[in-house]
Design a protein around this ligand. Sequence first.
Ligand code: MN
Length: 365
Amino acid sequence: MNQSDALNQTLANQSQELVVDPTESFIKALLSGKKYLIIGHQNPDGDSLGSSVALILALRELGKEAMLGVSGQISSNLLFLLNDFPGVLSLPQAPSDFSDYDAVVLVDCQDPGRIWAEAPSVKALNSIEYLVVDHHQNRSELYSYKAAYVNHKAAATAELVFRVIKDLGVQFSPKIVEALLAALISDTGSFSQANATAESLRQASELVALGGDIEQINRAIKHNWSVGKFRLFACSLASLTIHCGGRVAALLVTKKMLKVSGGKISDTEGLVEYPLLIAGVEISALFKDNCLGQIRVSLRSREGIDVRTLASSMGGGGHLQAAAYLDDNPSPKKARSRFLVRVDRYFKFLSQAEKVNEISFGSQD
Ligand SMILES: [Mn+2]
């Protein structure tokens, strides 16, 4: 096959993929009701919130009632997404009964445990057939959803919601454009990370053509810190420790730092990215006291270093270069020590695997 034949074949395969639309069953399930509850994961990030807002606006465009459920806190830099946006419910716990809604849609997560930490809330959601739109790689057999549109190759859940809105036949209003663009910008580091797919850039191009303002959204998301957030970053950055011969950097967020700085847990978004600015650092780890008796560990890596495997081995998950898990240790420092033992073993395993070209990383200790 010559080069142009190969290209034509690739294009033919791609268009075939588009014909078998994976959103079909999701769209059907999504359209069957009148009243919807849309929930992102706890402390929703820009993708979770922006995708939820865009989906809700599209459903409202179709004459449906759609509410946004929020568990945890929304970072102050994302609040612009909720300007002139009625129907926001604070849901620190699951509603005792979901029968008021025809469908509940989880956005940017599949696991009810990512929305609420308490078992009764998780059970409440597990007892109904919810819908899912998400780009995280999860073991879907663990969850009780009715229909899902999941593609872990998508740069952001917004990339999937973009297609859903197209399939719903809804016009992209300026607010939908803003929400989707904000979500794409959030999850791709303003299209600077390896997960920025061709599709996400193509969508961004369409959103910009429709009036989306990348500069303004970037400014709103990135240059809009509270003094508390700034002080919290300063406290946490001062806790920097370097390990594994310079390959691993760790930051802490302790209860004391939260108190002294006046910052909130939701203000820590983006903090874990900073140590990757240091030459030679391949993995950045943030150990955050979530004030719920657990430490949330967020991991980021340079291209070629898989932190999802590492997080999975500790009971968590995520993406190749951005993953997280919960540690039951009572202090961030103890969680860091436990992580360092594991990451040391992981690097040894990687160098062994390079030699024997075989992959099988150990189970949780
Ligand atoms: Mn996301």
